[in-house]
Design a protein around this ligand. Structure first.
Ligand code: ARG
Length: 412
């Protein structure tokens, strides 16, 4: 039997996703979609296909730990009233492709209608659709009238069908089991109120402690991690106490919450770019003033509290809530994370090594190291000097196949 062909990639600099120093004159060897060797000036094996990226910097394929890859921003009422899950499903491949071409080879998708995310994951895994590897949540699970429900609409507009709404300990456990049954890799809990929904509060708890405890207990029994949407100070602590693996948003995180997260190793996934986009675009998209007002309440505080969490040493994973802003712009948050307290290397690691750790997949993604998937990207400048280089990814390889080269998309 013939051995898999060997591919060798050469670049001036390599950031491996975990190590704090870059490697110079890097060579990466790839076989069968996996990385087999990484080193400085390694000899290129005879017969290997060489991809010479010259002065570029090579990095692991990026990971976005919070996306909604099945939807893009649109008119508030149009999308509520006209779009079915089928509309969502026929368009989702576009967003998947844009995400991949932006250098994100893995995403954790935290909420989608009718398991469109699971279907998309399968199509991508089977190489029928171009997109990132998807870690799918199915529906976000939340309370009646809460952020995972539709509130503020006419009672005649009943939303039927499958949703993530569940109330009470037993219903919440059942809802977790349903997500697992239909293919969820991870569970999304909507612990508190949110911004882009019409309930009054922006961050009040929407589950009792008993409901949160039950949800996390059930998810962990099925070996699924839990990501908690939580903006409010108290709701964040309730979710951390329940044992969630990550706090999403974390806008009103206080000093005690920071201490609790540090003590338990809970990750913070803060979508610190979104405020700019929402305040610039969402009035035009007919979002109610009430919602824009909620954004004004949390936007700046979220960034200030993100900085405090970074300074305190809370684990940070990169998550953008893409879908709130256009897919393909996932890289724009790097510069925000640096503006608000991280070094460029820390920001890069939040989307590589640390993100993989949060996913429980450090053995497969998030690092350029032997045994990992050959998920590699390159930028032409030095992202350690200017992290916005990651908004201009020039080369994308996923599992050994090249999807973008010299800044141009190509069919692998
Ligand atoms: N999906 C989130 C919510 O509706 C988006 C929050 C965006 N705002 C922000 N400042 N991060 O709650």
């Amino acid at each position: 039997q013939a051995a898999d062909p060997v591919t060798a990639i050469r670049a001036a600099q390599l950031i491996d996703g975990v190590a704090d120093q870059p490697l110079r004159d890097a060579v990466v060897l790839i076989e069968g979609g996996r990385i087999t060797a990484v080193g400085s000036a390694l000899p290129i094996p005879e017969g290997a296909q060489l991809i010479d990226l010259g002065g570029a910097t090579l990095l692991p394929g990026l990971i976005d730990c919070h996306t909604h890859i099945t939807g893009d921003p649109g008119d508030y009422y149009e999308s509520l009233v006209r779009d079915s899950s089928i509309d969502v499903a026929v368009n989702a491949h576009l967003y998947a492709e844009r995400t991949l071409l932006a250098g994100f080879t893995t995403v954790r998708n935290l909420g989608a209608p009718d398991f469109v995310d699971v279907a998309l994951r399968r199509s991508i895994d089977e190489q029928r659709t171009r997109g990132p590897r998807i870690v799918a949540a199915g529906h976000g699970i939340g309370a009646t009238g809460g952020h995972a429900d539709f509130t503020g609409l006419s009672p005649s507009l009943r939303f039927t069908g499958f949703t993530g709404v569940a109330d009470g300990v037993e219903a919440v456990r059942l809802k977790v089991r349903e997500q697992v049954k239909y293919g969820a890799d991870v569970i999304k809990m909507v612990a508190t109120a949110g911004v882009l929904s019409e309930e009054d509060s922006v961050g009040a708890p929407q589950y009792t402690q008993a409901e949160m405890d039950a949800l996390v207990d059930e998810a962990h029994r099925w070996d699924r991690k839990v990501a908690a949407h939580a903006h409010g100070t108290e709701g964040i602590k309730m979710a951390v106490r329940a044992g969630v693996d990550s706090i999403e948003h974390g806008s009103l995180l206080d000093a005690e919450g920071i201490r609790m997260m540090k003590a338990r190793g809970t990750y913070l996934v803060a979508d610190v770019y979104d405020d700019d986009y929402i305040l610039a675009e969402y009035a035009r998209l007919n979002y109610p003033e009430k919602i824009l007002d909620k954004e004004r309440q949390v936007g700046r505080l979220q960034r200030e509290n993100f900085r405090k969490a970074v300074q305190a040493g809370v684990r940070i994973a990169y998550g953008t809530d893409a879908g709130v802003y256009p897919h393909g712009d996932n890289g724009k948050q790097f510069a925000k994370q640096v503006e608000w307290g991280q070094t460029p290397m820390q920001a890069i690691q939040s989307a590589t090594g640390h993100a993989a750790d949060l996913l429980g997949r450090s053995d497969r993604v998030g690092r350029i190291a032997p045994g990992r998937y050959a998920d590699l990207i390159a930028v032409s400048g030095d992202p350690l000097k200017d992290v916005s280089e990651l908004e201009r990814v020039q080369f994308v390889m996923k599992e050994g196949l090249v999807y973008k080269r010299n800044g141009k998309a190509q069919l692998p």
